[in-house]
Design a binder for this molecule. Structure first.
Ligand code: 3HC
Length: 717
């Protein structure tokens, strides 16, 4: 018999079927067939009165095998696959004996669809039930859009399919998605209920439930409400298709609704958006496994932390630790700064409670875990220190020397530097193997990216622990080499260079921001700088100028420095690239900028153009990103193109449904990207140098994602 499932017939007449496809019981084709085979065997077995379906390990089932979607090449193949899934679930529903799903952990996507085809659902308190397909650019494809509305109220069905967030056990019980929470003895409770159902000789077949007209009307209203909100959002194709499928559930009989779902699923699975989102799903997980770090490398147990520097970044980092239940000492030389930091942290938690993101109890607990201090006296207790002091190498060197003396030898010393040399800090600490970069993005308690910077001497254990703690505090981690700006900020410099130059050539701040928001960025480059602070970049440029360096090759626009000279730092001074009314964050275009850009263009001898096409703006910035990304790869500051995608999507909001700057480059064609680089070189000058890797891949017809695209080696300085 198959090895992907197990079956045990107990003395009480209950057959326990177990899905056994580690690590998450993904429902690959063989698994689905194996389940049906077991159900048929149990149905035919006279000893069996009822069936319980459970998952081996800590997960019920994480859904269809996401990798397998890449093999679907045509609509017909997709519809054929979905039809088989639908038949299989109908086979379970019609087995003739009651089947109870016993759900521990995740029942997601196809996993929940399978559970909904069972006649009853019993869950453990840690269960998570959801239809996250939309996060992969898909819709539920095995009847989820048809069975869910038959079990839960319309607003829940719509929210689950459009937002993709799972329900916890209590919410699922309240919504009617599950029938019982078993505080302990999940299998025993499920078995008891299964026997009761068998004895009663009546159990509910989800697809046979009639949706009454009042609920159907409510469903249609909920759908229309959502549609209006989705209209303006780029990349919302899957969410729209999910609404179409739900609409069919509220207006058509089950079989017709299911057929509609299959059609809509086929649209999605073949879409560029879904391919991109599926790519990112696996790239995020691969990024946590850098080449060169042996699997199973031991990690240190992080029970307490300290953060040095109570500025914006320090505050956000301290919140990350406290919100994850890790006690944290927040250190600063200024008592006043520490008091203000605590006020800000309290206000942030209050706002999260008000928005319903966390409960008051969670906020209270997190706040109680933060202790302020002006000394390093208690640092010998902590397992990790994250330094988030002012970006000044000498200051940071002093701090690392002091930390080396104040902490235990095994304590990890991490720097949140965004540009400075991690090896120099390692040397100052006196124990370089414990030093690593932990580059958070602002606001650190919100942005999901953590660049883990591996220094020359960083030990494997410190690297592995960094990845583990990053994950624990809710970050998506990528390991990068120790080069100026690491990966994210290095690439950002090229993105910004093109934005500045386009401005000088005649595009407006408003046009560039609008075009890039339409492309899918959450905010345009200039509005983003007004949030982050124009002074931050200006100070980095000043520091580099002293060293005779620049952030990006090519002409350095003087425009941002003029704004800095004028004290226009962005939202915080009510003026930057835009103007802001007091107390408002609404950007107001300011004609002054065009005057500054025109003067800068005149000084550089640039003839301004009357109109710059929107398409050129997108092409220029995305080509700059892809070309620089290719250089990052060939210089080994990142190990894989997918790592760069993860970094730019999570660090700067590159549209996830475009898969990241490197995936986007492959989508439009590396030859197109290279042709653009060459065209720009001819038009603008030699600073548009094609990356050697790009030229090689185009010449050989290769891919950035081929295993041998870049010679395998750890990202090291
Ligand atoms: N298919 C294939 N592989 C999967 C998978 C899936 N559905 N879900 C997880 N995996 C893999 C991961 O890639 C990872 O592999 P790796 O070790 O080689 O990197 C491994 O399982 C463990 O995954 P995580 O690192 O994510 O483990 P966590 O414990 O952090 O999270 C989880 C577990 C919450 C289940 C998370 O993996 C998850 O969210 N999975 C995806 C759920 C999902 O989106 N399901 C819908 C699939 S589409 C579908 O079902 C269509 C249907 O309607 C027809």
């Amino acid at each position: 018999m198959n090895e992907l499932t197990g079956m045990e017939v107990r003395g009480d007449g209950v057959a326990i079927i177990t899905i056994d496809n580690p690590p998450v019981n993904a429902l690959a084709a063989g698994v689905r067939e194996a389940i049906l085979e077991r159900v048929r065997d149990a149905a035919a077995d006279e000893r069996v009165l009822a069936i319980v379906l459970a998952g081996q390990g800590s997960t019920f089932a994480a859904g269809a095998d996401i990798k397998a979607f890449d093999a679907i090449g045509t609509r017909e193949a997709s519809i054929d696959r979905s039809t088989r899934m639908h038949r299989l679930l109908a086979g379970i529903e019609d087995s003739g004996k009651p089947i109870v799903a016993a759900i521990r952990g995740a029942a997601l996507g196809g996993g929940l669809e399978l559970a909904m085809a069972c006649h009853c659902r019993v869950v453990s308190p840690d269960a998570k039930l959801g239809q996250p397909e939309v996060t992969l650019g898909l819709i539920p494809g095995a009847g989820g859009t048809q069975r869910l509305p038959r079990l839960v109220p319309p607003d829940v069905a719509v929210t689950m399919c459009v937002e993709g967030k799972p329900l916890d056990a209590r919410a699922a019980l309240a919504a009617g998605l599950v029938d019982r929470i078993a505080d302990d003895g999940l299998l025993d409770t499920a078995s008891r209920i299964a026997r009761e159902l068998a004895a009663s000789d009546s159990w509910r077949v989800t697809r046979a439930i009639e949706i009454d007209p009042a609920r159907a009307a409510e469903g249609l209203r909920a759908i229309e409400g959502r549609r209006a909100r989705l209209q303006a959002r780029p990349g919302a194709m899957a969410a729209q298709r999910a609404l179409d499928a739900l609409q069919a559930a509220y207006t058509e009989p089950f079989d017709r609704g299911a057929a509609r779902e299959r059609e809509l699923f086929a649209d999605c699975v073949l879409s560029a958006e879904s391919r991109a989102l599926r790519h990112l799903f696996f790239a995020e997980r691969a990024a946590a496994r850098p080449p060169g770090l042996p699997a199973g490398t031991p990690t240190l147990d992080i029970k307490s932390a300290a953060v040095v520097g109570a500025g914006t970044m320090g505050i956000g980092i301290a919140m990350c630790y406290a919100s994850s239940g890790i006690p944290v000492l927040l250190n600063d030389v200024s008592r006043d700064a520490l008091r203000k930091a605590l006020d800000t942290i309290s206000a942030n938690y209050r706002s999260s409670v008000a928005k319903g993101r966390i409960t008051q109890a969670q906020a209270d607990l997190a706040l109680s875990l933060i202790e302020i201090t002006t000394s390093y006296d208690a640092f010998h207790h902590v397992d990790i220190v994250v330094e988030a002091a002012f970006e000044d190498l000498d200051l940071k060197r002093q701090i690392f020397a002091a930390l080396g003396a104040a902490t235990r030898p095994e304590c990890i010393l991490a720097s949140n530097t965004s540009t400075l040399d991690v090896d120099a800090l390692a040397e100052a600490s006196g124990r370089p193997s414990q030093v690593v970069g932990h580059h958070f993005f602002s606001p650190a308690n919100v942005m999901r990216l953590l660049e883990v910077v591996r220094g020359r001497a960083t030990s494997d254990t410190v690297l592995a622990t960094s990845l583990a703690i990053g994950r624990r505090i809710g970050k998506v981690c990528a390991v990068v080499g120790n080069g100026f700006g690491f990966v994210a900020n290095r690439m950002l410099a090229y993105y910004m260079r093109e934005a500045y130059l386009l401005l000088e050539e005649g595009a407006s701040v408003g046009q560039i921001d609008r075009v890039l928001v339409e492309f899918g960025m959450p905010v345009g480059p200039f509005a983003m700088q007004d949030i982050a602070g124009i002074d931050v970049g200006a100070r980095i440029r000043q520091h580099l100028a002293k060293l005779g360096k620049t952030r990006a090759d090519g002409p350095q626009s003087e425009v941002p420095d003029r704004l800095f000279d004028l004290g226009r730092y962005g939202q915080k001074t009510q003026a930057g690239w835009y103007r802001y009314e007091k107390g408002s964050r609404t950007p107001i275009p300011d004609p002054l900028i065009d005057g500054i850009a025109a003067a800068a263009a005149a000084r550089r001898g640039i003839t301004r153009r009357n109109a710059i096409p929107d398409a050129e703006i997108v092409a220029r910035v995305t080509t700059a990103l892809a070309n620089e990304g290719a250089r990052v790869l060939e210089e080994r500051f990142a190990s894989r193109a997918g790592d760069i995608d993860v970094i730019y999507c999570h660090g700067f909001g590159f549209p996830h449904y475009r898969g990241g700057p490197m995936f986007y480059a492959e989508t439009i064609g590396l030859d197109t990207v290279l042709a653009r680089v060459r065209e720009y070189r001819a038009r603008f000058g030699d600073y548009w140098r094609p990356a050697g890797l790009l030229e090689r891949l185009v010449a050989s017809g290769g891919s950035l994602y081929a295993p041998d695209a870049v010679p395998a080696a750890p990202a090291v300085s």
